[in-house]
Design a protein around this ligand. Structure first.
Ligand code: COA
Ligand code: AMP
Length: 623
């Protein structure tokens, strides 16, 4: 079998041959004749003449090939103390039924369905059912508040919203339905219907004429067949934070997605049919889309859907229990989860209670894996701990250590090497390449491989402006970093106003927009600061209008952000300051403030309007 270097070189030298070969792992209703459409750079499309159905690849073909009785999905809810396993045949039956229910509500190929749900099997079934119909799902993370949900509904304009009565956080029940109702009251393009799963913990009121009970629609449904779609048709839109308050609708196509994910399961994660894979994330994030739902099922593996936390549900042994009980071969989570476990169980005592002999790998992503956490997890688990780097935009890893291809030596602090298809370059601002060890903008030479975003939903100009114009011929990742002398990539952090809080991607711009709506706030800035557990946390700095009261303002602003964006924004720290440092043209010096808050000495830009403002702010930022 070829090693990493051979595969990587082959993918860059002849992408069409490489991905044409990878495409044989997928069952097409029309085989691809042409692999890459490069007729309209900087826009590229993979498998432009092929047709398939993603759901049929994830479910039907495994049942047809004799995997009907194998577990496809294991639901383990630590917060409700429930475990339920679905075989491939059962998951197919439920999915086909729900697809039939959606069809009866008028959902067809190309129509959108918003899914606003906690981590329950119905969320996975709803996603797969959309794929079955050729409809486009858009999952909104349950931790987002009504306004964020409304923005997404108005952008994607769903025919139906699928939701649940509640989510369950360790400290409280989160009632989803009032939030859904509030969101719908705000939108200009309301859905025709909502289908709601009534959970035992909390039943909700249904709005007559609009809302339907999941159980009722399932009881009446006629199962729907899989509808072939073009490989280039959208499978889903997943909104992610950009540098402004308006989220970006990342589009994922059907064909490239299926090919890339199936390839990644074997070559990167070393997972084959029959193995158990667990991505401890949320279906609302890209990790959940790719590695809870689609990738494990595309290759006939068993996926684990865990509703719970790494700690507190009930203890820091929760992950080890789930891994041991279900025979998990590879666990994928965010470094923040490991830091949370380590804080409560520094000696790893809980590990001793479980038989983890099946667990071969711990994959971590979502934020930089700090060397301390890497060493702790490696020491305690005694298995490879693999940092890998990717983004909602790419849908699968840009850089990793490809365990199913060749286990390369691991280096703390590095997600190892670029994966096939990703021609990664480090560029200076002026576009020329950085030397080994020199920090710059991490860019990927076009075309990006299959599975990555072909565009933004209804916003091709924004796609081009955000990612493709800074360095023509390259995709701008928004991360900074460098290569070392062995070709290992080091990803050091975002070079824009995106922050990563507990593995959740947030826009400081979006938080600023909310703070600015408060009547007392004249101007504000939000920066990311280091947080021991969450990696980063937002910190707000506000200047009040002349004469505006400041007492209790910080707490009001914290509550405002919780109400408008959601608890997940985790804004806890807001300071009222006399002024914000700016350039003479009025641009707030966020980068300089970030550096000061991190204890770094950043050269003060020569364009600063009033250096005294920065001097006055320094002691505040350093506390
Ligand atoms: N629905 C509603 N609320 C949610 C939510 C959801 N799905 N997820 C989180 N929240 C709420 C939490 O209850 C919390 O509210 P609080 O401020 O009232 O306590 C808030 O949002 C912040 O949540 P979180 O950032 O998750 O912090 P936490 O203190 O509850 O937990 C960790 C900390 C580290 C245990 C947790 O963040 C974690 O498990 N992280 C892993 C993240 C992950 O898997 N990311 C995906 C990328 S791979
Ligand atoms: P998301 O789109 O939510 O997956 O967030 C993507 C961003 O998370 C990237 O642009 C990085 O800033 C960060 N990120 C993800 N994985 C890693 C990693 N392994 N190392 C460093 N940063 C990471």
């Amino acid at each position: 079998m070829p090693g990493y270097r051979d595969l990587f070189d082959a993918s860059i030298n002849d992408p069409a041959a490489f991905w044409g070969e990878a495409a044989t792992a997928i069952t097409w209703t029309r085989e691809p004749q042409r692999i890459l459409d490069d007729s309209r750079p900087p826009f590229y499309r993979w498998f432009p003449d092929a047709e398939l159905n993603t759901c049929a690849n994830a479910l039907d073909r495994h049942v047809e090939n004799g995997r009907g009785t194998q577990a496809a999905l294991i639901y383990d809810s630590a917060v409700t103390d429930t475990k339920r396993s679905y075989t491939y045949a059962e998951l197919l039956d439920q999915t086909a039924r729900f697809a039939g229910a959606l069809r009866a509500l008028g959902v067809g190929k190309g129509d959108r369905v918003v899914i606003y749900m906690p981590m329950i099997p119905e969320a996975v079934i709803a996603m797969l059912a959309c794929a079955r119909l050729g409809a486009v799902h858009s999952v909104v993370f349950g931790g987002f508040a009504p306004h964020e949900l409304a923005v997404r509904i108005d952008d994607v304009r769903p025919t139906v919203v699928v939701s649940a009565s509640c989510g369950i956080e360790p400290s409280r029940i989160i009632e989803y339905k009032p939030m859904l109702d509030a969101a719908i009251a705000m939108v200009s393009h309301p859905p025709k219907n909502c289908v709601v799963v009534q959970r035992d913990r909390c039943h909700c009121e249904l709005t007559e004429g609009r809302d339907l009970d999941w159980d009722d629609v399932m009881a009446d449904a006629t199962p729907a067949e899989a509808v072939p779609v073009a490989a280039t048709d959208p499978l889903y839109v997943l909104y992610t934070s950009g540098t402004t308050g308006k989220p970006k609708g990342i589009v994922r196509d059907n064909g490239g997605h299926a090919v890339a994910l199936a390839w990644s399961m074997g070559h990167i994660y070393d997972i084959a049919a029959g193995d158990v894979f667990w991505a401890a994330s949320d279906v609302g994030w890209v990790v959940g889309h790719s590695y809870i739902v689609y990738a494990p099922l595309l290759v006939g593996a068993t996926t684990v859907l865990y509703e719970g936390k790494p700690v507190g549900t009930p203890d820091p042994g929760a992950f080890w229990r789930v891994a041991a009980e279900h025979g998990v071969k590879a666990l994928f989570t965010a470094p923040t989860a490991i830091r949370a476990i380590r804080k409560e169980d520094p000696d790893g005592r809980y590990l001793a209670d479980y038989d983890l002999s099946a667990l071969k790998y711990l994959f971590l992503a979502g934020e930089r894996l700090d060397p301390d956490t890497y060493h702790w997890a490696s020491d305690k688990l005694g298995i490879p701990v693999i940092d890998h780097w990717w983004q909602t935009e790419t849908g699968w890893p840009i850089a990793a250590n490809p365990m199913g291809t060749e286990a390369l030596p691991l280096k703390a602090g590095s997600p190892t090497v670029p994966m096939p298809g990703y021609d990664v370059h480090i560029l200076h601002d002026d576009g020329h390449g950085c030397d080994v060890g020199e920090e710059g903008a991490i860019c990927i030479r076009l075309p990006l491989p299959p599975g990555t975003l072909p565009t933004l939903w209804n916003a091709e100009n924004r796609f081009e402006a955000s990612y493709l114009s800074e360095h023509p011929g390259y995709y701008l990742t928004g991360d900074g970093g460098h290569f070392d002398e062995d070709g290992y990539l080091f990803v050091m952090g975002r070079i824009d106003d995106v922050i990563n809080v507990a593995g959740h991607r947030l826009s400081t711009g979006a938080i600023e927009e909310v703070l600015a709506t408060h009547p007392s706030v004249a101007e504000c800035a939000v920066i990311g600061i280091a947080d021991e557990i969450k990696g980063q946390a937002p910190r707000g700095l506000v200047v009040v209008k002349a004469g505006a009261p400041t007492e209790g303002l910080a707490e009001e602003l914290v509550q405002l952000v919780r109400a408008e964006i959601g608890a997940v924004a985790s804004l806890k720290l807001v300071d009222v300051v006399p002024a914000l440092p700016k350039t003479r043209s009025g641009k707030i010096l966020r980068k300089t403030m970030r550096a000061l808050a991190a204890g770094r000495d950043e050269p003060v830009p020569s364009t600063i309007e009033d250096p005294a403002v920065l001097d006055a702010l320094t002691p505040i930022l350093r506390t």
